[in-house]
Write a protein that binds this ligand. Structure first.
Ligand code: AMP
Length: 188
């Protein structure tokens, strides 16, 4: 049973590595960004509420995510096999919510992994991804905003999980396969 939180700035390779690790460990990959993009595409009520914040590079309001996370972590696959949370929590309030939720549902997170990539490399990687994936939040202006939001709201979670004693830092500025290998060695 493995339960992991993936931290890391936009462009650190969090989504790719989380997906690979979830496959090799046979656990659920729960990406709040992917879930929100699917809701936007489906033009659901949630998607319509989330869209403008996402397009600007801002976080969507916590209230849109908390029930979703509670529901997803209670689904059979997540309960029986474990999970990787990719993109949640994104601020201290979400981390505190998650701690309470895990206590409520009798689960415990093993590790919070900070995939670290230097700031100047992030912009380069994100601009590169923009041309490949065509995400509407990958324009240069929005990219810079997402990095500021990360520094202000999400980076404090590194200290938060350090204090909980479950933080591990991994150098994400290496070949993809090398990073995957390091992550697998850490969790298996
Ligand atoms: P990501 O694919 O993880 O970079 O997420 C894309 C966008 O979805 C973010 O820029 C936010 O607007 C939104 N988002 C994803 N996860 C969260 C979260 N935990 N809290 C608030 N907004 C989120």
């Amino acid at each position: 049973m493995t339960r992991l939180i993936f931290l890391g700035a936009p462009g650190a390779g969090k989504g790719t590595q989380a997906q690979l690790l979830a496959q090799s460990c046979g656990i659920a990959h729960i990406s709040t960004g992917d879930i929100l993009r699917a809701e936007v595409k489906a033009q659901s009520e949630l998607g319509l509420k989330a869209r403008s914040n996402m397009d600007k590079g801002e976080l969507v309001p916590d209230s849109l995510l908390l029930d979703m996370i509670r529901g997803r972590l209670s689904q059979a696959d997540a309960v029986s096999a474990g999970w990787i949370l990719d993109g949640f929590p994104r601020n201290v309030a979400q981390a505190e919510f998650l701690d309470r939720l895990l206590t409520d549902i009798g689960q415990k997170c093993d590790l919070a992994i900070d995939l670290h990539v230097p700031q100047e490399r992030l912009v380069e990687r994100l601009l590169n991804r923009a041309t490949i994936q065509n995400r509407p939040d990958d324009t240069e202006e929005v990219i810079r905003r997402r990095l500021v939001v990360y520094e202000e709201q999400t980076a404090p979670l590194i200290d938060y999980y350090q204090l909980e004693g479950i933080l591990r830092s991994v150098d994400g500025d290496r070949e993809l396969a090398e990073v995957t290998h390091h992550l697998e060695a850490l969790v298996k």
